[in-house]
Design a protein around this ligand. Structure first.
Ligand SMILES: C[S@@+](CC[C@H](N)C(=O)[O-])C[C@H]1O[C@@H](n2cnc3c(N)ncnc32)[C@H](O)[C@@H]1O
Length: 231
């Protein structure tokens, strides 16, 4: 048995009871170091922990897949929710196992941001740049989202200089594409832990540095809800 579970945004209080139960019953618990840290207190002493990082994840997932095929109860923990910026990792788990695997949702940093900033997902589009491959279709999509008067919740890309697309790069790109410099912008860091929030305009955001653990909200100047006639 193998299941991928969302560990929530960082504070263990946001892990679902079902997720906690699956970890407590596991023979093998696998994940990136930062995510294993969140759930460490629930991992039974008898369980094997398989830690991984960006470089060794494919090899480490082979170890997990072998344990799963040997009949062990395996849990792979994901940051936040699997269905928000987690599918490339899920595909790696499924490739290692050779078949689709079950998933258990968690609470995403995007949902915590929506709650803190009081935005409604109905009027908001989620976009991640924290992904491998060509980012240009996702960049164009973000421009269209803002031109269509929707809010955008955006996960930046914190990788090496060549690929880094952090809030200041995102803001600079949007300004180049003609998005209004006064568009209200927020960046939230380390949600549910040592939270920090920054509020300003898109133009101001282009001058700011943020940590890797940050998520961005660009608010529309003309909320759709205010354009809809009351019933
Ligand atoms: C690969 S994405 C995974 C997102 C995750 N699946 C989720 O639902 O939140 C990792 C990025 O999400 C953002 N992130 C995750 N947890 C966060 C938190 N607690 N506060 C702020 N940003 C967070 C950071 O930008 C981080 O680099």
């Amino acid at each position: 048995m193998i299941i991928c579970i969302g560990a929530g945004p960082g504070d263990i209080g946001y892990l679902t009871q079902r997720g906690a139960q699956l970890i407590s019953d596991a023979d093998v618990v696998a994940g990136f170091d930062a995510v294993i840290n969140v759930v460490e207190s629930l991992i039974p002493e008898s369980a094997e922990t398989v830690l991984m990082n960006y470089r060794d994840q494919v090899a480490q997932l082979e170890i997990v897949a072998a344990a799963h095929h040997a009949g062990k109860r395996c849990v792979v923990v994901f940051m936040g929710d699997i269905h928000f910026s987690g599918f490339q990792y899920l595909e790696r788990v499924e490739r290692a196992c050779g078949h689709p695997v079950e998933t258990l949702p968690g609470i995403s940093s995007a949902q915590i941001l929506a709650s803190r900033a009081k935005v409604c997902f109905d009027e908001t589009t989620f976009i991640t740049f924290h992904r491998r491959g060509d980012l240009s279709p996702f960049k164009r999509h973000l421009v269209h989202v803002l031109q269509d008067q929707r809010n955008a919740i955006v996960i930046p890309c914190p990788w090496d200089a060549a690929r880094s697309f952090m809030p200041r790069h995102i803001a600079a790109y949007l300004l180049e594409q003609g998005i209004a410099p006064e568009q209200p912008t927020e960046v939230w860091e380390n949600l549910t832990r040592a939270e920090a929030e920054w509020h300003g305009t898109l133009a101001e955001c282009a001058e700011q540095e943020f940590s890797d653990m940050s998520i961005m909200l660009i608010r529309t100047l003309h909320p759709l809800a205010s354009q809809i006639e009351p019933q």
